[in-house]
Design a protein around this ligand. Structure first.
Ligand code: SAM
Length: 229
């Protein structure tokens, strides 16, 4: 069937273009053994994130939703030595697993993992008056996407890239009657982007080993310091 073909093509691309890296495989194995949900980005998507980081020249990254740190490590490996990632994770077990993976991958010095509810952590970052980020990856609980977008804009400067995964959800996002809080969250996220002249964005549908989904990519057009409600 189609799903199987998408997966096989993903694996073909992976074998051709993604350098074999035993550490990245070990990270996935660790996450599996630790019983983490299998929501890590795929290897081809990880490499795509790396390309985005390099193309944008990002040095300061904010990630919302760490899980076992698989995507974090992909991004860390694209950073210059003075680059930093702040990554936010609610679940203690996920955070502990991620920390062990950061050690394994040798990226611990570049990563600040903050365990706790992302909305609380974002408020703390505000309190600490962190500098704007160059690249923001929104990948946590989808019902909160509208809040994360507000915060992302708040922590942006002109040129910041905002990236979000799972914004197509097998096409369900066009179902205006959906009662699924994730669909509702993502639809509100689109509404906000539609009404937000400070962000130029698009969404791309994707097929692959993770099924039928898609990502949003946007760029911030001007310097912003919006008060967050
Ligand atoms: N970025 C990861 C990767 O590709 O390897 C995957 C992240 S996974 C899709 C979403 C993560 O967000 C889960 O680990 C979940 O525990 C976390 N999460 C859910 N709600 C959260 C919240 N309110 N604050 C922070 N993290 C949250």
């Amino acid at each position: 069937d189609h799903e199987q073909q998408w997966s096989e093509v993903d694996h073909y691309v992976e074998q051709k273009l993604i350098p074999t890296d035993p550490v990245m495989q070990e990270v996935l194995d660790n996450n599996h053994q630790a019983d983490l949900p299998p929501f890590d980005v795929s290897p081809v998507q990880g490499q795509f994130l790396q390309l985005l980081i390099r193309m944008s020249g990002a040095r300061r990254i904010l990630e919302i939703g760490t899980l076992g740190g698989y995507s974090t490590i992909w991004m860390a490996r694209a950073l210059p030595t003075d680059g930093r990632i702040v990554t936010l994770e609610l679940d203690q077990h996920h955070a502990d697993t991620a920390r062990a993976n950061f050690e394994l991958a040798g990226v611990t010095p570049q990563i600040e993992l903050r365990q706790g509810d992302a909305l609380e952590q974002l408020a703390w970052l505000e309190e600490e008056q962190v500098e704007p980020f160059d690249f923001i990856f929104i990948d946590a609980d989808k019902p909160n996407n509208p809040h994360y977008l507000k915060w992302a804009l708040h922590f942006s400067r002109r040129g910041t890239v905002i990236f979000s995964d799972n914004v197509i959800r097998e096409g369900e996002i066009i179902n205006r009657h959906s009662s699924d809080p994730r669909i509702k969250g993502v639809r509100t996220f689109y509404d906000m982007l539609a009404d937000e002249p400070r962000i130029t964005a698009t969404a791309i549908q994707t097929l692959g080993s993770k099924g039928y989904d898609g990502f949003m990519i946007g760029i911030v057009n001007e310097d912003v310091q919006t008060p967050v409600a």
